[in-house]
Ligand binder design. Structure first.
Ligand code: FAD
Length: 391
């Protein structure tokens, strides 16, 4: 049964329907039982626990957003709370879902034809197919709207893709990767569903990460990769369509940031109650209470923001600058929060056993992916001044 989350101090969860609360309670209990106990080990080994994919699909987590597969009618606020729950236990598992569900399935849902939606979305929702989203390149990160170097050349009924991608999440083991490439003819960015078994496609794991170690990021090389026209996203005709996918996923990353902050904060509260110094629990020292309350203030302010931005999505009112502000603000507040939570745990704050160290390290990647704070700031800056400051 559903128990309100103590760290949701103003009870935003009360906005959910009874059915949504029930689903959230199920996800929370599975995460506590099956995921929390294993993630530190996977983090240390920098491996992904593939055994979570099927249960995530069975719980509906990979299908809530899409008409084709959603088990019941649900709101963007509910889906935000799902992301929060995932990140509250592990930001990497949450990132896997963000890539699979938000970026890969989202690209097909937003940019695909009806036929493509019908063919691919159920397979991604069931976890039968694992997806990745390849936009970023070695020489083009923040400026991927203009700077893509990967090319697509039409040859009869086929497209020939050439180029490189970097940082692509899930891509060491994905079955398909959405590749964004510039059409050599009209210079427009187009999207392709590329089966990773296609000759000329090669993905290599990025080693040595100190953040989100569980997520398998890859460098991809595309050498004369041939895909049929039927695998080109039929309704994605320019970077505007790529940006439409990112607008939604950015708001979800903002929710993940709140979940990550909550994960760290809850670990710090637990620790502060258990750890004695100067003859009493550190939780009774005023300066520790100050740290914890500052964390809760950041979490509560960010929650208010992400709830509203999701309500705007439900109402069809969400614009790029709305999700950009939520992403920039919530990830900045998260970064501050995980540092305070870690501080409250002293030396034990930097070992995996006490969890807070993992949240602290993982926060860095969330802060930079799906648009850095600077990029999201400039999107908002453009909206409020009418001046684009990117270049
Ligand atoms: P750069 O663009 O080189 O930026 C470096 C710094 O310069 C940043 O601080 C940036 O804000 C700043 N900067 C750049 N331009 C300006 C400007 N005009 N004004 C002010 N400051 C500026 N990409 C995918 O396509 N798919 C994925 O699945 C994916 N997963 C990722 C997972 C992880 C763990 C990470 C770390 C990244 C992932 N990315 C993915 C890539 C991610 O989106 C990029 O890292 C991000 O967009 C930033 O690009 P960059 O790293 O090349 O940094």
């Amino acid at each position: 049964s559903f128990e309100p989350l103590a760290s949701d101090f103003y009870s935003y969860e009360s906005l959910l329907t009874a059915r949504e609360k029930e689903a959230l309670a199920e996800i929370r209990s599975w995460l506590e039982r099956e995921v929390r106990p294993i993630v530190n080990g996977y983090w240390e080994r920098a491996e992904f626990p593939v055994e979570v994919v099927k249960p995530l699909a069975d719980l509906g987590v990979l299908s809530y957003a899409w008409d084709e597969t959603a088990p019941f009618e649900n709101s963007a606020v509910f889906r935000g709370f799902v992301a929060l729950e995932l990140a509250r236990v592990d930001a990497s598992v949450c990132t896997f879902v963000g890539v699979q569900n938000g970026l890969a399935t989202g690209s097909i849902a937003i940019g695909g034809s009806d036929e493509q939606r019908r063919e691919w979305i159920p397979k991604l929702a069931s976890g039968e197919v694992v997806g990745a989203f390849g936009l970023t390149e070695p020489l083009s990160g923040s400026d991927s709207a203009r700077g893509l170097r990967t090319t697509a050349r039409r040859e009869g009924d086929e497209w020939v893709l050439n180029g490189q991608k970097r940082w692509i999440g899930n891509a060491t083991w994905s079955d398909i990767t959405i590749i964004w490439a510039k059409d050599e003819d009209d210079g427009q960015v187009k999207g392709f569903i590329v089966p990773t078994s296609t000759p000329g496609y090669e993905a290599t794991k990025i080693e040595g990460k100190v953040s989100l170690r569980i997520v398998q990021n890859a460098d991809i090389t595309l050498t004369d990769v041939r895909v049929p026209e039927s695998l080109r996203l039929q309704n994605a005709t320019s970077f505007r369509d790529t940006a439409a996918v990112l607008r939604q996923t950015r708001a979800e990353v903002a929710w993940s940031a709140v979940g990550t902050a909550i994960g760290a904060y809850e670990a710090a509260v637990r620790y502060a109650k258990e750890r004695d110094q100067f003859g009493k629990p550190i939780a009774s020292h005023q300066l520790i209470q100050d740290l914890l309350v500052k964390c809760l203030g950041n979490i509560t302010a960010s929650l208010g923001m992400v709830v509203r931005v999701s309500q705007m999505l439900d109402a069809g009112e969400q614009r790029d600058e709305h999700s950009a502000l939520a992403k920039a603000f919530a990830t900045s507040a998260m970064r501050e929060t995980v540092a305070w939570a870690r501080e409250a745990c002293g030396g034990n704050g930097i070992v995996l056993d006490y969890e807070v160290g993992r949240f602290f390290a993982d926060a860095e990647a969330l802060y930079s992916y799906e648009g850095t704070r600077e990029m999201n700031t400039l999107i908002v800056g453009r909206a409020i001044t009418g001046q684009a400051a990117f270049v």
